[in-house]
Design a protein around this ligand. Structure first.
Ligand code: ZN
Length: 483
């Protein structure tokens, strides 16, 4: 049910425009690498689609720890790419189907079930490497016909169709009733040539980044086995990335001659998987599942199992039991920012927000580049009504993170707590601007202009910024209405 809403807003575009765009057929692999869609357009489409997902897709995982982990892993692969490429952004969707997908502009989504199904970090990396390669090889762009370049609506439709092509029974049924979209969906599935190319490039990335390349073949083979159980209703990944025995054999051949290399999983990989598992099913079931694993010592990682159990106890509102597991993690000398945010959450759950802030202060000094810790610290300071301190931290943090809209949201919250309306709306406006929501940004800056506080210097800055945003909005409107 939940996804009909998201998709139907774009379905009209999807049904109306995509067949025209695709009717021209796909350019063959020999054509210019850039394809038919300019990188600038790709970026725009990607940003717009990502915004839609963040705002309207209920399965979007708004968790800086999971997002941070995926981006760290993806970055290890992306730095190995030769030549120009977009900045890759990775995100997770809470979804029980095995899928991952690339959107224009370098945005790559991964379903939580796929992360959970990966038995090693190299397996997960192999899927990311495959998706990255679809982007660097401009496979999506090459699916769009030339004359549609510049038509933002058509581009958005394509992005919507890519999203709809995720394993999504709701959309599939609705679309089949409309009589057309099934065909579109099939056409959006990557061709075998694209798949082979993404496998080949993906393997190279994986190897250069130091992962175990054998895991790509083993993971894809396992995905194929899952697929057989579903027959015609194969999980999304297999539908959008047709996985043939031939592909797996092809990978096997490439891998065969390479020396065996065992790559240990990172601690964060095991913690992130535990974190995902904790949110699935009822709190009671999750607690008993982790308790059993620990009791029977049926686990790949004791730290991750204790971490998961502690989180499960917190979810089940049993902070005392969680505290015992966190103490065990300390005893095992498990060193990760995820353990620190967990310990702080425990303090907060006990009502000790000052204690939580103290833990996070230390964690922020120890892990200065960790975004989840930074957000948690500001949250904890606000929860203990210390807006001044929070703002001081945000100001220092902003120097290195000028495009971080999440921090801008927290800044707006802190100003609101201080009763500083002018600065609250200004910060909120800048957050919207960073998210590409120009109209909402303008609205907030206009509210700032109407606020009773704010000095002359700040006001003239906001006036100038407002002119800038209005010009930007006019340009956006012009592009949206372009023929
Ligand atoms: Zn693929």
């Amino acid at each position: 049910m939940r996804r009909i809403r998201f998709s139907s807003s774009l379905a009209v575009l999807l049904l109306g425009l995509v067949p025209v765009a695709l009717a021209e057929g796909l350019p063959d692999l020999g054509e210019s690498a850039q394809g038919d869609l300019s990188p600038r357009m790709e970026k725009k489409i990607g940003e717009a689609t990502m915004r839609e997902i963040r705002l309207r897709e209920p399965s979007y995982v708004d968790d800086p720890e999971i997002t941070g982990y995926l981006n760290g892993l993806g970055h290890r692969l992306a730095v190995q790419i030769e030549g120009e490429h977009p900045d890759f952004r990775f995100f997770a969707l809470r979804d029980p189907t095995l899928n991952a997908f690339a959107m224009p502009g370098g945005y790559i989504g991964v379903h939580t079930a796929l992360i959970a199904a990966a038995q090693s970090e190299s397996e997960l990396a192999s899927v990311l490497a495959h998706e990255i390669s679809h982007v660097t090889q401009h496979h999506l762009a090459r699916m769009v016909a030339k004359q549609n370049q510049g038509q933002l609506a058509a581009m958005l439709a394509m992005a919507a169709a890519v999203l709809a092509a995720r394993n999504n029974p709701d959309v599939a049924i609705g679309a089949a009733a409309a009589g057309q979209a099934a065909g579109i969906q099939n056409q959006l599935n990557y061709s075998r040539d694209f798949e082979r190319e993404a496998d080949r490039m993906g393997l190279q990335l994986l190897e250069k980044a130091g992962f175990d390349i054998r895991d790509m073949a083993s993971f894809f083979e396992r995905l194929q086995k899952f697929g057989r159980l579903y027959e015609n209703n194969a999980p999304g990944y297999l539908r959008t990335h047709p996985l043939t025995t031939e592909r797996i054999a092809d990978m096997g051949n490439r891998i065969q001659l390479r020396p065996y290399k065992q790559v240990p999983d990172s601690l964060d990989f095991t913690l992130v998987r535990a974190r995902i598992r904790v949110e699935e099913g009822s709190a009671e079931d999750v607690v008993s599942d982790f308790e059993t694993r620990l009791k029977d010592r049926k686990f790949a990682s004791e730290p991750a199992t204790r971490y998961g159990l502690a989180r499960a106890y917190l979810r089940a509102k049993n902070p005392d039991a969680a505290a015992v597991q966190i103490a065990e993690l300390r005893r095992l000398k498990v060193s990760s920012p995820m353990v620190e945010t967990l310990a702080a959450e425990l303090q907060a759950a006990k009502g000790d927000t000052a204690g939580a802030a103290r833990l996070l202060r230390a964690a922020a000094a120890r892990y200065p580049s960790d975004r989840a810790v930074a957000y948690a610290l500001v949250d904890a300071l606000l929860a203990s009504r210390r807006a001044d301190e929070a703002l001081k931290f945000v100001a220092a943090d902003q120097v290195g993170h000028t495009t971080d809209f999440r921090m801008r949201d927290l800044q707006a919250k802190a100003y609101a707590m201080q009763g500083k309306q002018f600065r609250q709306h200004w910060a909120q406006g800048e957050s919207y601007a960073l998210q590409g929501q120009t109209l909402s940004a303008i609205e907030q800056l206009q509210l700032a202009q109407k606020a009773p506080d704010g000095d002359f210097y700040d006001r003239s800055q906001v006036d100038a910024r407002l002119r800038e945003l209005k010009a930007l909005r006019a340009e956006e409107a012009r592009q949206e209405n372009a023929p």
